[in-house]
Design a protein around this ligand. Structure first.
Ligand SMILES: [Fe+2]
Ligand SMILES: [Fe+2]
Length: 359
């Protein structure tokens, strides 16, 4: 019989490594087996997620996904970023990579996400599901991957190492953290399903937001791999691109457990605080659609404006600023989210072996 219940220790266990990963002098999570990088805490977590997905598939339920066409491309694009580096303008890329490192560190907060008593929130049983393991291993593994754990570095330290390798330990702008803390913020979250217990809707909203951010981040990672891996502009193309690749591989279980848990809830009946019954699909799809609308329209536009302002400011010190700016603008690629009526969520009917590769 396939194992569907796992202890926290199992979900946090790594395979036995031949060699650890050292990044920028820091011992990081993960390591190498027969020369190949293996992500941390995946000895049981990866087969567990595959087993929960297979269980869903066997019951005829699809997995939720985000259509690739909705993923906003990173700004500036890889060619624009390389132009800036060739012209000796490092600050915008240093800022971006430092910001990514800090945001990865914030990922530790997922371990503080309260999980209410789900037997009061969901009608059917959750035994042997990803949902049943959120508070007992899955959130903790995720938090450790992002921020590191004890003496071991995580994605925060790995991004810093990738930056320092590629750009030769650049001077980091002093205001990166301050700008992040005081930057644009969304308003208070409006409740979409006030019938649900507030802590349950909060949990679902967090999972949906983190899932979409994780899926969208894949494009930034591809971009970083291309820029930092280019020998013309990177001081350590192989080492820096490898580091980004390791991080990308660690992100796969994050996307997979979140979409599995949301799909399990989608397939169930959710209970309101007064005992009302709501179709899980209505709630999960409603929350996903809201997040996808916001993150494919306002957010890329605001991010682009902010980044452009930074780039113009960094270019001002260049002796040929106007010409570089013109060349930069000539490489511009326009992007707007494809117009989709209604549902943005993609449902993937799956066989018993479907685990999607992280894009
Ligand atoms: Fe990460
Ligand atoms: Fe992640």
């Amino acid at each position: 019989m396939t194992q569907l219940a796992y202890s926290p220790d199992e979900l946090l266990a790594s395979v036995a490594y031949d060699e650890p990963l050292i990044a920028g002098g820091v011992r990081c999570h993960g390591g190498f087996v027969a020369g190949r990088y293996v992500s941390p805490r995946t000895a049981h977590r990866v087969p567990a997620i595959a087993a929960w997905q297979a269980q869903l598939g066997a019951a005829g339920h699809p997995l939720v996904d985000v259509p690739a066409a909705l993923i906003p491309p990173h700004y500036p694009n890889a060619e624009q970023a390389k132009l800036l580096l060739r012209e000796g303008v490092q600050e915008p890329l240093t800022r971006t990579l430092t910001t990514i490192a800090i945001i990865e560190g914030f990922g530790a907060m997922i371990r503080d996400q309260p999980v209410p008593d789900l037997t009061r929130c969901v009608k059917e049983t959750l035994d042997g599901t990803a949902v049943a393991h959120l508070a007992t291993g899955l959130f903790e593994a995720h938090a450790r991957d992002e921020a590191g754990h004890r003496t071991e570095g995580g994605h925060k330290q790995m991004w810093e190492a990738a930056r320092d390798l590629a750009l030769n330990k650049p001077a980091v702008p002093a205001d990166v953290l301050m700008r992040l803390m005081t930057g644009r913020r969304g308003g208070p979250r409006r409740r979409l399903f006030p019938q649900l217990d507030p802590s349950f809707e909060e949990l679902l909203t967090t999972m949906v937001n983190v899932l979409v951010i994780e899926i969208f981040a894949a494009d930034t990672f591809r971009w970083a791999e291309e820029v930092l891996g280019d020998a013309e502009v990177s001081a350590a193309p192989d080492g820096a691109a490898d580091m980004v690749r390791y991080i990308r591989s660690d992100e796969t279980p994050h996307v997979e457990y979140l979409r599995t848990a949301l799909s399990e809830l989608r397939a169930r009946t959710l209970l309101g605080a007064q005992g009302e019954e709501l179709a899980g699909s209505e709630v999960v799809d409603g929350l996903l659609n809201r997040t996808l609308h916001a993150l494919t329209t306002q957010r890329p536009r605001l991010q682009r404006e902010d980044t452009r302002t930074d780039i113009c400011a960094a270019l001002a010190a260049h002796r040929d600023a106007a010409a570089v700016q013109r060349r930069f603008d000539a490489l511009e690629t326009e992007w707007t989210a494809p117009a989709v009526d209604g549902d943005l969520v993609r449902l993937v009917p799956q066989g018993v072996t479907a685990t999607r590769a992280h894009r």
